[in-house]
Design a binder for this molecule. Structure first.
Ligand SMILES: Nc1ncnc2c1ncn2[C@@H]1O[C@H](COP(=O)(O)OP(=O)(O)OP(=O)(O)O)[C@@H](O)[C@H]1O
Length: 737
């Protein structure tokens, strides 16, 4: 029997004991809270008039509530540890010592009592890197006090489920291939799995990298980019609890279903979930929100108000759902805080909605698949390019003279001449963005009036002054300013519409957002301390410039140029250093873990990187068929599905366009097959058969994939085939048109 088998019952007993203590503690704190509440209701009428006692009571209550939250958190972790307390161990002897020590590694630390040396180490603890990075022999790890050298005498891996040892063996090679293959051979799930037991050395290096400010990872499909990014977040949260909490991290990802797909990992690793949203949704909120300058708060109804980005709370399991529809109704034209004023003068002078709605990238993809003429395509590309950014910068310099007609302002006998205002505008406040600048001059004037009159001006008086100052702008409508710019460059202007009825085409969304962030001080998001950008290849140059304006924090940027959705493959690593400077550390991941060798070979032949390596896991050969009629193909697919025999958990029929997906969904429905249709607004990934487009299946994986149709001559075809093929874990069927 190994040491692990002997250790298991002992540690399980200790965990059980600790759980018992925690349960008792939870009960005791609960009783305390109840008595505090009772005391409050019995005595609140007699509390001191200054509210001191009330305040003290509230603080004490808060402390107890927090204590119980911590208890629950610990309880959840220990319950998980009761199922599998550890998955690895390393017998290590430090240089200069005779006695080796056994380090057991699990999803969290566990010690006999608070402050004692852990019996089990968290996989993120410094010593745990011995397990991921070394075989038997000389080894070292970076401890807070410096490098620790020594020798690994043995390394063990365990599979424990329900507190029972399923298997254990001493591994000579790093995270033995057999275990990895077993993990990879398992069926897919509707949630991405955590990989703590089998993190590979090169993945571990990315997860534990804290020295580079920006990591840009180009990784082939299935190389574990998303998994690594999420484990990296868990690692950073563990190591920098003082400065970083879950509300300081934001993931920009493809959208709702993907958010659902990744929502389990962090809670499983004992961390709270983090904020996640698509950049398109963020842009939508930015363009329609009617309050310009809100400091650093990106508001919302998230659990942690102060640090929230828009949308719903994500600090809860399964609560990452969000889309535009959610915002319809109550919040129309209103910021979610319900506060309608934002200027320093309390007049709401800088509170213009730019557009009521805007397209997202899926509109653009469908348009491109359907075919756009060269002129339209060029204009679209120009509007997202470095040339656009340069042109707009030139335009902004000239805009200063075009945007304002200076006039004298007079209020209750106090005057400011046009030339004085000009002087303030061009000299004193030159560092303030153009559309905020008149507000700064106005604030100065209001201060002056208040000093001379010896009293504060009321809201009505401020409103009158505000109107006088703001009327000097020829326009404050950013769309109108954008139209001047388009006309200067010979492009058609946007239709003349009031903001409440404007719907922006995708090509204009980010150019206008860029203009907004150049003309107002609305951009910076200082509360975000780590930004994760998934699917980096699908962001344009302009979007990265915007992200650089908004976020000055550390970033993990990941993607795969072969999975570019647009017709032209894009390697963002060529321009990221120009935007973010030398801080960008480039990392390449060439090994794919998702597909069988047969599927990986096929994917390589339809557009994957030639350097791709994969874990040799064999499966069924890829089948290729020709579609006779869609009905017949759907019937055939129904026959090939292995969901009913419960062999597999998930399968997908993937198409190029939304229309094709809808059509197939209808046919499958008629055939009596239960199929979940994922559209742009979907928020959940369900077990069973899914029908969707290739661009909405990005990031997901399925046991069986059926790729149906697509036009070979379409410039998006290669990307389509590659993305679809790499979604399959075990079986791939391609039905050509
Ligand atoms: N070290 C590992 N151990 C076990 N499984 C792994 C490991 N690395 C990756 N995987 C598995 O490989 C699959 C692909 O991982 P992931 O989705 O993170 O890759 P990706 O690079 O983001 O993929 P894509 O770009 O194709 O969407 C997942 O099933 C994941 O669990």
């Amino acid at each position: 029997m190994s040491k692990g088998s002997e250790f298991l019952p002992e540690v399980l007993g200790l965990i059980e004991k600790r759980l018992g203590e925690i349960d008792e503690n939870i009960q005791a704190v609960r009783q305390d809270i109840n008595s505090m509440n009772e005391y409050y209701w019995d005595n609140y009428t007699e509390m001191d008039q200054y509210g001191y006692e009330d305040y003290d009571n509230q603080q004490a209550l808060k402390m107890q509530v927090n204590a119980n939250q911590e208890n629950w958190k610990m309880r959840r972790r220990l319950k998980r540890m009761l199922d599998a307390p550890f998955f690895g161990s390393v017998e290590f002897v430090y240089d200069g010592e005779d006695e080796p020590e056994d380090f057991y590694i699990g999803i969290g630390n566990f010690a006999r009592e608070r402050g004692a040396l852990p019996l089990i180490y968290d996989w993120r603890a410094p010593v745990s890197s011995l397990f991921y990075d070394y075989d038997k022999g000389e080894a070292s790890y970076e401890a807070p006090g410096g490098r620790m050298d020594g020798e690994i005498l043995s390394k063990w891996q365990y599979k424990i489920r329900g507190g029972k040892m399923i298997y254990e063996f001493e591994s000579d090679v790093k995270i033995d291939d057999d275990i990895l293959k077993q993990e990879l051979g398992a069926n897919s799930d509707t949630k991405l799995k955590n990989i703590v037991r089998t993190i590979q050395k090169e993945q571990n290096a990315i997860i534990r990298n804290t020295k580079d400010k920006i990591l840009a990872i180009q990784g082939v499909a299935g190389s574990g980019k998303t998994s690594v990014a999420l484990h990296r977040i868990a690692y950073l949260l563990y190591h920098d609890r003082e400065h970083l909490n879950s509300s300081n991290i934001l993931i920009l990802s493809p959208g709702g279903v993907f958010a659902d797909y990744i929502s389990h990992i962090l809670p499983e690793l004992g961390e709270e979930n983090i904020q996640e949203m698509s950049f398109d949704l963020f842009a939508y909120y930015e363009l329609r929100r009617n309050t310009a300058t809100q400091g650093n708060v990106i508001y919302g109804n998230a659990g942690n108000q102060e640090n929230a980005i828009y949308g719903n709370a994500v600090n809860q399991e399964n609560a990452i759902y969000r889309n535009k529809n959610r915002d319809q109704g109550g919040n129309q034209g209103k910021n979610p805080s319900g506060n309608s004023k934002s200027s320093s003068a309390g007049t709401g002078w800088n509170s213009k909605m730019i557009a009521a709605d805007c397209e997202d990238k899926y509109h653009q993809i469908e348009r491109e698949i359907a075919g756009v003429d060269d002129g339209d395509q060029k204009r679209y590309e120009w509007k997202q390019s470095v040339e656009y950014v340069q042109a707009i910068e030139g335009f902004l310099i000239e805009l200063e003279d075009r945007l304002v007609d200076f006039e004298d302002v007079e209020f209750k006998g106090i005057r400011k001449s046009a030339s004085e205002i000009m002087e303030f505008f061009y000299e004193k406040y030159t560092g303030t963005p153009l559309l905020d600048r008149m507000g700064a001059v106005m604030d100065y004037f209001i201060d002056e009036v208040e000093t001379l009159r010896g009293r504060s001006l009321n809201d009505e008086e401020q409103e009158i002054i505000c109107r006088k100052f703001m009327n000097m702008y020829v326009t404050r409508d950013i769309c109108q300013i954008y139209n001047w710019f388009l006309e200067d460059y010979g492009f058609p202007a946007l239709p003349d519409m009031p903001p409440e009825r404007r719907v922006l085409e995708y090509e204009d969304v980010y150019p206008i957002l860029y203009l907004k962030y150049s003309l107002t001080a609305a951009g910076q998001r200082k509360n975000i301390r780590h930004l994760v950008i998934d699917e980096m290849q699908d962001y344009s140059y302009l979007q990265y410039v915007l992200l650089a304006k908004m976020f000055s924090c550390n970033m993990t940027i990941l993607g795969d140029k072969a999975q570019t959705i647009a017709g032209k493959q894009q390697d963002v690593l060529t321009f990221l250093p120009k935007i973010f400077g030398k801080k960008v550390k480039r990392i390449v991941m060439n090994k794919s873990y998702r597909n069988t060798s047969e599927i990986a070979e096929y994917a390589k032949s339809v557009g994957g990187s030639k350097d791709i390596q994969y874990v040799a896991r064999h499966g069924k050969a890829v089948e290729r068929h020709t579609i006779k009629t869609l009905e017949k193909t759907c019937k055939e697919i129904s026959g090939k599905l292995k969901l009913r025999e419960e062999e597999y958990e998930t399968a997908a029929i993937l198409t190029m366009t939304e229309k094709e997906a809808e059509h197939i969904q209808e046919i499958m429905h008629k055939l009596g097959a239960e199929a979940h249709y994922i559209n742009r607004d979907s928020a959940q990934f369900k077990k069973g058969l899914t029908v969707t487009t290739y661009y909405l299946a990005k990031g997901l994986e399925f046991d069986q994939v059926f790729v149906v149709g697509g036009d070979r001559n379409n410039k998006m075809y290669q990307g389509y085939q590659y993305i679809c093929a790499t979604r399959a874990l075990h079986e791939l069927y391609v039905y050509d048109a």
